[in-house]
Design a protein around this ligand. Sequence first.
Ligand SMILES: O=C(COP(=O)(O)O)[C@@H](O)CO
Length: 252
Amino acid sequence: MSGTGSPLIGVSLKMYMGLERTRGWMTELAAMVGTLPLIPYELFVIPSFLSIGDAVRILDNTGVGVGAQDVFWEDSGAYTGEVSAPMLAEAGCSYVEIGHAERRALFGETDADVALKVKASVRAGLVPVLCVGEVVEGDPGAAVDACALQLDAALDGIPSDSDLVIAYEPVWAIGAQQPASPPFIRDVARGLRQHLASFPNASLIYGGSAGPGLLGKLEGTVDGLFLGRFAHDIGALHDVLMEAGLAANNCE
Ligand SMILES: O=C(COP(=O)(O)O)[C@@H](O)CO
């Protein structure tokens, strides 16, 4: 569960939608969350940098948090093309995604870069959504070991009471037809929880082809989901939020 004890659902729009389509999606989202019964969940949305302003405006007063897909580790200065954590906070972001598999693979982002970005984000009062995951499909123990190395590198020197979201995303399940199997996710989640024991305010969510029907099968081993493509359909996201409400009730 998140810091409030409610399931945490995140959505990254990656670079799928242009500005106009993103505005339409956000508008549909704002209307949809307004129709939901009072179910306990927390939701955050991560559009491209260019749509952060629209997201903050359209989602104002809906309770939906806004985040960014990346951040630079310096606060200000001559860093052409970069966006700092204080800028994101000023723009209205509460979350920042760091170390996504696509950034690691396509842009050469290293564990050392990720660690600097996590530090900068915590310094600016943003909640890092730290993505970790094994590249090759194997057994859950190997997955935990791979993630543990990424976590140790990224969280070195981070105060243990920091608010964090850890997104466990097996790289082989991102952009796939279906997520990793629920028993696999449950096993890895248990291992990651043990590894994260010294960070009591860290929420653990699963990402990688997540969509409707998954959360209920994870039996409280994760605190929520991180959705990509399968949240483009607002109806599917609605179903996930309803499941989050059921999961919250089952935990009471
Ligand atoms: O990469 C992610 C999962 O994307 P899918 O499209 O669901 O495979 C995760 O970071 C959420 O965007």
